[in-house]
Design a protein around this ligand. Structure first.
Ligand code: PEP
Ligand code: MG
Length: 562
C-alpha cells in the first residue's frame, strides 16, 4: 500500500530507490569500560586523536573535490576542535583523575556541547559538530566499524535519523537515489551538502520515518516535500521523469518574451565549472569570504586577481557579480581580530567591517577586482553586503573612487564595473530608492532579509517556520525593492535561497525580478519554470500574494495557480 510522508525537500530533485537504513552504531557501553593506567589511557587518546585528524583531512580533501571548498570547511572546524585546549585539557584532566579515555572524551565533549547548545545562530550548530567529532573519537577508541556509505549499491535510498557532514559527503550522487532524515531543516549541513551534490533529499520527516522498513521501494520526491513509500505506477513515472530536467545553456525568457537572467551562487573557483555545466548565464553571487577562511593570512592582491580573473573568464558573455567580504562574528577568521559578540547577526558584519576594522582588506580586494576586470573581457559587477544606510554605500563608493584613482596613477586603465548593494536589512528596503539612485543594481538576499524582517534567526530550527520568505511582509519588502530599483533604472536580482525554488519562480517573475541567482543544481529547473511562465498571469499571482495576510494564504495562492 502507498503511504506518503511529509518533510522538507531540500533539492528540486527526485529519485526512486530501495531503502537502506543507516544506523551508525551507538558507540561503546561506557558503564562497562574499565580504566587502565592513566599513561596508557593518555596514549590511547593521543592515538585516537591522530587517527581522527587523518580521517578528517582525507574527508576534507574529498569534500573539497566532489562537493566544494566551502562545504569542506566544516572538516577544518572539526580539526580545530580536535586541538582546542579547552576540550583536550578537560579530557586529559579526566584521564588523570582515573577515567578511561572513552569516558573522559564523553564527559569533556558533553560539557562543550552543553555550552554551545545554549547559544544562538551558527554557534548552536557547533554542538552538532562536536557530537560528530565525539562519536568519531569514541568509534576509534573502541575499534568500532564504520559503515561505508560510498559503497552502497546503486539505487539505494538512505534513511537515517540524522546524517552528519562526514556521512553526507560520502554519498555518491551518481549511485544514490536520495536520502531522507527524521531530523534537520533546510539549512542543516546534510541539506546544504545534498544541494551541492545534487542528491534528492528530504529532511525533518519526524518519527513516522522510523516505521519505513529496510528493503521497501520509496520515491524521494523532494520537489513535492514527500517520501512516498511503495509508490504507485503514476508516482514512479512522475519521479523518474523529473530526474532528467533539460539543461539549457541559452538564456531563457518567459512564454511572452520577458528575459530573466538565471545565474549561479558560488564560493570558490572549484565550483564554477559545475555552474557552467548546469547552464548558468553568469554568476549572481560570488561569496568571496570563502577565499579568506581557513588560512593563516589573507590572500594577497595577486592571488585575488587570479581568482577573480578565473571567474570572469568562465563567463565571457555573462555577468559576474562579486560580493565584497561578508565576514562577521559568526564566521571565525583566525588572523582577524573579530570580537565574540553576544549577537553576531546584529553585530559588526559585512560592509560594517569593511568600512571599519577590515578597511585595508577591503581596499586590497577592490584593487584586485578592478585589476582583474581591466585584464579580462568578462563583465564584472561589485556588490556590497549588509548595507543598512546610504552613508555606508557612499563610503564604499568613495573607497572605489580612491582605489580607481590610485590604480590609474599606476597606469592601470580601469574600466568601471557595475556597482550594486545587497538588500538584506529592513533599513535597506525602506531606503531602496535612495540606494538605487546611486548605483546600477540591487540584489535581494532573502536569507538575511527574512531573518531580519521576521526577527527569526536563519539557523534556528525552532523558528524555521517564521524564517520563511513566503511570509507576506517579506514579499512586500521584495516588491518595494523591485519598484524602487526600476524607478531609478537599476536592475534588481535575488540571490537568497528563495531564488532557487522552482515552485516560486512564477511568483518572483510576477514580483518583477530581472535576475535570479542560486546553487548550480537548481538552475535547470528554474530555467524550465521561467519559460513556462506567462508574465501577465505571474503579475496577477504576485498581486494576489501581496494582498494575502498570512503565509498559509500565500502558499494556497501559489499552489492553486500553478
Ligand atoms: C542572503 O542573505 O540571502 C545571502 C545571499 O547572503 P548569505 O547567505 O551569504 O548571507
Ligand atoms: Mg546575507
Amino acid at each position: 500500500m502507498t503511504r506518503t510522508l511529509s518533510g522538507v525537500g531540500v533539492t528540486p530533485l527526485s529519485g526512486l530507490g530501495t531503502v537502506r537504513w543507516y544506523r551508525p552504531d551507538g558507540g561503546p557501553d561506557l558503564d562497562a569500560i574499565q580504566a587502565d593506567d592513566p599513561d596508557i589511557e593518555h596514549e590511547r587518546f593521543e592515538r585516537a586523536r591522530e587517527q581522527a585528524d587523518e580521517e578528517l583531512h582525507a574527508e576534507r580533501e574529498r569534500t573539497a573535490k566532489v562537493v566544494g571548498e566551502d562545504e569542506a570547511e566544516i572538516f577544518d572546524a572539526h580539526r580545530q576542535f580536535l586541538s582546542d585546549p579547552q576540550i583536550t585539557d578537560a579530557v586529559e584532566a579526566a584521564i588523570d583523575s582515573g577515567q578511561a579515555a572513552e569516558v573522559a572524551v564523553d564527559s569533556a565533549f558533553g560539557d562543550a556541547i552543553d555550552q554551545f547548545e545554549g547559544m544562538e545562530g551558527r554557534m548552536a550548530e557547533r554542538a552538532d559538530d562536536l557530537r560528530d567529532l565525539r562519536d568519531r573519537l569514541l568509534r576509534l577508541l573502541s575499534g568500532g566499524e564504520r559503515i561505508d556509505l560510498a559503497e552502497l549499491p546503486a539505487g539505494t535510498a538512505v534513511l537515517a535519523e540524522r546524517l552528519t557532514p562526514s556521512d553526507t559527503a560520502q554519498l555518491d550522487p551518481d549511485r544514490i537515489a536520495g536520502f531522507a532524515t527524521a531530523t534537520g531543516g533546510r539549512t542543516s549541513h546534510a541539506a546544504i551538502f545534498a544541494r551541492s551534490l545534487g542528491i534528492p533529499a528530504i529532511v525533518g520527516v519526524g518519527e513516522a520515518l522510523f516505521e519505513v522498513e529496510d528493503g521497501v521501494e520509496v520515491a524521494v520526491d523532494a520537489e513535492n516535500d514527500t517520501l512516498v513509500v511503495g509508490p504507485d505506477e503514476e508516482t514512479r513515472e512522475r519521479v523518474s521523469e523529473k530526474r532528467d530536467v533539460e539543461i539549457r545553456r541559452e538564456r531563457v525568457e518567459t512564454a511572452d518574451g520577458v528575459e530573466i537572467e538565471v545565474a549561479a551562487n558560488v564560493g570558490t573557483t572549484a565550483e564554477i565549472q559545475g555552474t557552467v555545466d548546469q547552464g548558468a548565464d553568469g554568476i549572481g553571487l560570488y561569496r568571496t569570504e570563502f577565499l579568506f577562511l581557513d588560512r593563516e593570512s589573507p590572500p594577497d592582491e595577486s592571488e585575488q586577481v587570479d581568482t577573480y580573473r578565473d571567474a570572469l573568464e568562465s563567463f565571457p558573455e555573462g555577468r559576474v557579480v562579486v560580493r565584497t567580504l561578508d565576514i562577521g562574528g559568526d564566521k571565525p577568521v583566525p588572523y582577524l581580530d573579530i570580537p565574540d559578540e553576544e549577537n553576531p547577526f546584529l553585530g559588526q558584519r559585512g560592509i560594517r567591517r569593511s568600512l571599519g576594522p577590515d578597511t585595508d582588506l577591503f581596499e586590497t580586494q577592490l584593487r584586485a577586482l578592478l585589476r582583474a576586470s581591466a585584464d579580462t573581457e568578462g563583465t564584472l559587477s561589485i556588490m556590497f553586503p549588509l548595507v543598512a544606510t546610504t552613508d555606508e554605500l557612499d563610503a564604499a563608493l568613495d573607497r572605489v573612487d580612491s582605489v580607481t584613482e590610485a590604480l590609474e596613477a599606476d597606469g592601470v586603465a580601469v574600466d568601471m564595473p557595475e556597482l550594486g548593494v545587497m538588500i538584506e536589512t529592513p533599513g535597506a528596503v525602506l531606503m531602496a530608492d535612495a540606494l538605487a539612485e546611486r548605483i546600477d543594481f540591487l540584489s535581494i538576499g532573502t536569507n538575511d532579509l527574512a531573518q531580519y524582517v521576521m526577527a527569526a534567526a536563519r539557523e534556528n530550527d525552532a523558528v524555521a517556520d517564521l524564517h520563511d520568505p513566503r511570509h507576506p511582509p517579506v514579499l512586500r519588502a521584495i516588491r518595494r525593492t523591485v519598484e524602487a530599483a526600476h524607478d531609478h533604472d537599476a536592475w534588481v536580482g535575488m540571490c537568497g535561497e528563495m531564488a532557487g525554488d522552482p515552485d516560486l519562480t512564477r511568483l518572483l517573475v510576477g514580483l518583477g525580478l530581472d535576475e535570479l541567482s542560486m546553487s548550480a543544481v537548481t538552475i535547470p529547473a528554474v530555467k524550465a519554470a521561467v519559460s513556462e511562465t506567462e508574465s501577465t498571469a505571474a503579475r496577477a499571482l504576485a498581486d494576489r500574494a501581496l494582498a494575502a495576510s498570512t503565509k498559509h494564504d500565500v502558499i494556497e495562492i501559489i499552489n492553486t495557480q500553478q
